[in-house]
Design a protein around this ligand. Structure first.
Ligand SMILES: NC(=O)c1ccc[n+]([C@@H]2O[C@H](COP(=O)([O-])OP(=O)(O)OC[C@H]3O[C@@H](n4cnc5c(N)ncnc54)[C@H](OP(=O)(O)O)[C@@H]3O)[C@@H](O)[C@H]2O)c1
Length: 394
């Protein structure tokens, strides 16, 4: 199957190359800053009083977001797992007007996440932005191999804990500091993905027959869940369900804090598997500078509401026939050859189409998320289970 997808990627990349040689939407850190200007201080460093926590500031979208906020004068508290990478970024941004402060935590280790949050709270009583960005995809073997899954995740699935559960804990711990922000509407941005459409949510509830009381997707030893895209899709739907649950709670308490999910679309970063796939994605997908557009909109635009899903493209919204795929979870058993997950491969195929199509439809769009993401029972089940886990580490 991977050969099939490699060929598909190359074909789509070639089409993209011919169809759209020069992308007109490239911007620099300064032009995007005009979006921020006016929300805090009307001077050259409008974010000089803003404190933003960013997970995964060492690469891709997190690095670009950090640089953009630092260019506008913000203090960025970067949470990363690798001290050398954090030091490299600190060097790289040393001349920018803002202040970059690093906190070490491997997000697959909930104790480490809790300690990093404590360190932040000891120094900063109020926080303005929380960008839950760090993430992995099992399609990148380098990322999964360099971590001792069993010892770090204490039985939770690595992708689930890194992408979702760590950010749940971080959000719970930092929310009181966000409430103390001087901004009119401090914000939490969850870097989710359109890939959440792949998950039907069944593995995220707590009544799955194979895993009563605990989401099957959370289990570290569930072979089927190791299927790379399903794991990622579940973690990204979990993030967006979390957004919806927290938004509901914030609205009920008339909190001024907003929480929003975003998708940066296809962006050429190190999350793509190493090798030809990564080179192709880095050549033809959006650059990180383009990829953070929806993230910045989610941070700054007043019309963005809690619980929204904001994307850099809305191709998926207009995709004909998607209703059929998102409501089915078809598997074909090929006997000795294994089980083919039709939904997963269809979504992978659509993702390839998206890599080309997104170039013709760049912007920022508040859009519908998958039908499952609106399932309030599922939102609640996952929230309550996650809160139970989180409490052990708070
Ligand atoms: N790129 C895309 O096309 C795309 C599309 C949709 C959504 N996203 C989402 O965007 C987010 C950022 O991804 P990216 O594309 O910027 O990928 P990336 O370049 O690989 O960056 C991922 C960041 O997460 C950090 N990270 C990974 N595992 C960690 C752990 N256990 N503890 C602490 N930090 C960890 C990485 O740190 P190291 O430097 O130490 O590895 C890195 O800073 C992810 O949540 C991803 O799901 C990306």
């Amino acid at each position: 199957m991977s050969t099939f997808w490699s060929i598909a990627v190359v074909l789509f990349a070639l089409i993209a190359q011919f169809a759209f040689m020069n992308h007109p939407y490239e911007h620099d850190h300064h032009s995007i800053g005009s979006l921020a200007r006016g929300f805090v201080d009307p001077n050259q460093t409008p974010l000089k009083n803003v404190v933003a926590v960013v997970t995964g500031p060492t690469s891709g979208i997190g690095l670009e977001t950090s640089k953009t906020l630092l260019t506008q004068g913000a203090t960025v508290l970067g949470i990363g797992r690798n001290p050398k990478s954090l030091a490299r970024v600190a060097d790289e941004v040393a001349d920018l007007p803002g202040k970059f402060v690093t906190f070490k935590a491997d997000l697959s280790d909930l104790s480490a996440v809790s300690s990093a949050a404590d360190e932040i709270l000891a120094e900063y009583t109020s926080i303005d932005f929380l960008v839950n960005n760090a993430g992995i995809h099992y399609g990148n073997p380098m990322q999964t191999n360099k971590i001792d899954i069993e010892s770090k995740t204490k039985g939770y699935d690595l992708c689930f804990v890194t992408n979702y559960l760590s950010h749940f804990l971080l959000t719970e711990k930092l929310l009181p500091a966000l409430e103390k922000s001087n901004l009119a509407d401090p914000r939490i941005v969850q870097v989710s993905s359109t890939y959440h459409w792949l998950s039907d949510g069944f593995m995220l509830g707590t009544s799955h027959p194979d895993s009563p009381g605990m989401p099957l997707a959370a289990k570290g030893d569930f072979y089927d869940y190791r299927h790379r895209a399903t794991a990622y899709g579940n973690s990204k739907l979990a993030q967006h369900l979390h957004t919806k649950s927290v938004a509901k709670r914030l609205n009920e308490t008339s909190s001024k804090v907003k929480i929003v999910s975003i998708c940066p679309a296809w962006v050429g970063t190190d999350i793509a598997p190493e090798g030809p796939m990564r080179s192709i994605v880095k050549t033809f997908a959006f650059t990180p500078s383009q990829g953070i557009y929806s993230l910045l909109m989610a941070l700054f635009r007043p019309e963005v509401e809690s619980g929204d899903f904001v994307g850099n493209t809305n191709v998926v919204t207009h995709l004909p026939g998607k209703e059929y795929m998102i409501t089915s979870n078809m598997k074909v058993n090929l006997g000795g050859l294994g089980i083919v997950h039709l939904r997963e491969h269809c979504t992978d195929f659509l993702a390839m189409v998206l890599m080309v199509a997104q170039r013709f439809n760049f912007g920022w769009f508040i859009q519908s998320s998958s039908p499952e993401s609106y399932d309030e029972k599922l939102q609640e089940e996952l929230y309550i289970w996650s809160k139970g886990v989180s409490k052990e580490f708070e």
